[in-house]
Design a binder for this molecule. Structure first.
Ligand code: ZN
Length: 307
């Protein structure tokens, strides 16, 4: 089976230089270097330049111009340029063509370097913004020099960024029809494949089987991994799977999480999209890629991501 390729948020070309994260001297020198670039993230958004030629790129600050906020090392590129992130305030006013944008809005539009940097920076900024105190005694924690862990000054415990694994799976029946569902919280025509979080003490494959059964009462077999994409909104890693539903099963949705679910042949899917009866997730999502991998090529239509 062909693996997933070109996932929007699984790109990235900048070396994370993990061995530099506790090298304070190197970090100070990099921060003092005017060539270094700082990506400011504020509540999940960063400044993006939307060019006339549809070229979309991140807007960086020099370290001296960066706002106050938690700083973290993102990495170093092949030219030796060091990239930092700062969780801080964005300027209130921006020049024409530049505005704050969400990762899910621009993740598929940015080039490889910028898509990787923004995904990394949003993930770390989200963690710093929400994990400010020691979970054991409530003392405010102190970030390490590279900003990739924190330490409690009272008991010395070290704390690392959280990533929540989630599974997302395309289920097919013996006729190779694909199961698409509409989440009860989604408006109108939106459909996607099923997904859910991996629970403590559970394997990803077990989570696939459990989630499909919970949401549709379909029992699946032959669960196979197809690829992954970080989804740091706020802190997920999406693990993509295919699974098979043996014949003779009826779809029964719970109506609380899933409003409706149906089998689609390739022809039926294309016809439903063209008739505007359904809309698929956007190209930034792993769901879109898994559906197109099954379909065998690009599909028209996308729902609009508000943020
Ligand atoms: Zn503590």
């Amino acid at each position: 089976m062909t693996p997933l390729e070109s996932l929007a948020l699984s790109r990235g070309t900048v070396d994370r230089v993990t061995h530099r994260r506790n090298d304070r001297e190197w970090l100070d020198a990099a921060w003092a270097d005017p060539r270094s670039r700082v990506l400011v993230v504020s509540d999940g958004r960063a400044l993006v330049r939307f060019g006339d030629d549809e070229h979309v790129e991140l807007v960086f600050s020099a370290p001296a111009e960066a706002p106050a906020g938690t700083r973290f090392l993102l990495g170093q590129d092949a030219d030796g340029v060091v990239y930092f992130g700062v969780s801080g305030d964005l300027p209130a006013e921006t020049p024409a063509g530049i505005r704050a944008a969400w990762l899910r809005e621009v993740g598929a539009l940015l080039g490889d370097r910028d898509a990787g940097l923004l995904t990394h920076a949003v993930a770390l900024a989200n963690w710093h913004d929400t994990h400010t105190h020691c979970p054991l005694d409530g003392t405010p924690t102190i970030p390490d020099p590279g900003g990739h862990s924190t330490r409690c000054p009272a008991d010395g415990t070290e704390h690392f960024p959280r990533t929540d694994p989630a599974v997302i799976m395309l289920v097919t029946d013996p006729d190779d029809r694909c199961l698409l569902a509409r989440n009860a919280a989604w408006p109108g025509r939106r459909v996607s494949i099923l997904a859910g979080f991996v629970e403590p003490g559970e394997s990803a494959e077990q989570a696939v089987i459990r989630e499909v059964a919970e949401e549709t009462q379909i029992k699946v077999t032959n669960v196979r991994y197809v690829g992954s994409q970080p989804w740091p909104m706020p802190r997920s890693l999406m693990l993509g799977f295919r699974a098979e539903a043996p014949a003779g099963q009826a779809i029964i949705v719970d109506r609380e999480e899933i409003a409706e679910a149906y089998w689609f042949s390739r022809d039926e899917l294309l016809a439903a999209i063209k008739a505007r009866e359904i809309a698929l997730p956007p190209p930034v999502s792993i769901a879109r890629h898994i559906i197109e991998l099954w379909y065998g090529g690009p599909l028209p239509s996308t729902w609009t991501e508000p943020r």
